[in-house]
Write a protein that binds this ligand. Structure first.
Ligand code: ZN
Length: 189
């Protein structure tokens, strides 16, 4: 396993439509292992392959156990994920992105979704996710189509700067859309 470099906004790979995976080989396994290690190291709750400059349809997600909510830690690896069902109801919540360091935004997402895809060996899998987990899935799957959370906010006033130090890393695309309001950092994907 190795930690890979996470590319940030302005890098063209983040805006590509990622390719469907057709080969379930050793290279794919290595990519997934590296993505998990990179996500943990960041730290983040999700990572999509384009964020490590690999324009392929692969995502990893790992959430911590929440004792208050009584939910266990969960890990998902999805190859070629697709949202096949989604709640009509949406809710707004805060998101960050490892590729947009220093910023969070209020983003509307489906409350629950059903995701279909494959595991690292190419076997079909399906999950129904709701709430926070559904939000992470939607954020990561967006990355596979070149979509970032800043594209999903209703208006630029819903993007907040977290720290001054990270702002230099952003290009004009994000910087223009920023309201300089202090905000607590949230887990990022
Ligand atoms: Zn992201």
């Amino acid at each position: 396993m190795a930690i890979r470099e996470i590319i940030t906004i302005g890098h063209p790979t983040l805006r590509l439509k990622a390719r469907k995976v057709t080969k379930f080989d050793q290279e794919l396994k290595r990519l997934v292992d590296d993505m998990i290690e990179t996500m943990r190291n960041a730290p983040g709750v999700g990572l999509a392959a384009p964020q490590v400059n690999v324009p392929e349809r692969v995502i990893v997600i790992e959430t911590q156990a929440d004792e208050e909510e009584g939910t266990p830690a969960e890990q998902y690896v999805f190859v070629n994920p697709e949202i096949v069902k989604a709640s009509r109801e949406k809710e707004e919540g805060q998101e960050g992105c490892l590729s947009i360091p220093g910023y969070v935004g209020d983003v509307e997402r489906h409350v629950w979704i059903v995701v279909r895809g494959q595991d690292v060996q190419g076997r079909p899998q399906r999950v129904r996710a709701r709430g926070y987990l559904a939000r992470i899935f939607q954020h990561e799957i967006d990355h596979l189509d070149g979509t970032l959370f800043i594209d999903r906010v209703a208006d630029p006033s819903k993007i907040y700067k977290v720290t001054a130090a990270d702002a230099d890393q952003l290009d004009a695309e994000a910087a223009e859309a920023v309201a300089l309001l202090p905000q607590e950092p949230v887990p990022a994907g």
